[in-house]
Design a protein around this ligand. Sequence first.
Ligand SMILES: Nc1nc2c([nH]c(=O)n2[C@H]2C[C@H](O)[C@@H](COP(=O)(O)OP(=O)(O)OP(=O)(O)O)O2)c(=O)[nH]1
Length: 142
Amino acid sequence: MTRTTPEAERIVVVGAALLDGSRLLAARRSAPADLAGRWELPGGKVEAGERPEDALVRELREELGVDAETIARVPGEWQLRAPYVLQVWTARLRPGSPAPRPLEDHDALRWLDAGELWDVPWLDQDVPAVRELAELPPLGPA
Ligand SMILES: Nc1nc2c([nH]c(=O)n2[C@H]2C[C@H](O)[C@@H](COP(=O)(O)OP(=O)(O)OP(=O)(O)O)O2)c(=O)[nH]1
């Protein structure tokens, strides 16, 4: 049975498909223990009154030390552990941005070429989102 979370109890987690040409940035979580060592899309929880796109830019600044901008919403929404749901935006670094560094929540970063998307052990709950990304340009069919 698929369990859905009532609208009022949902907390949106925004994840970035941070792109550099046709490469995608994957981030390895360092905490909590049950997620540590698995790979995810950098991002975090949207705060009350915050636009998801603004939350994503803020999270990328805090977690990776970068100056990024969102490009477009990736169609779909994926249930995480309740009450969280994952929404994904493609994003890119703005000109002059520092390179990403694992400042918070992560202990490794990796730019994956389109052919390397499945070379890291993604969090189980991120696999459907990565599968969707793999079907979309610039990672998948043009
Ligand atoms: N950022 C991110 N979180 C994910 C992904 N997949 C997934 O299950 N999660 C979970 C982990 C956390 O329970 C929750 C997001 O938490 P977070 O720790 O990244 O968010 P945050 O920076 O706002 O957290 P906080 O420390 O301020 O509370 O969503 C993903 O791809 N990216």
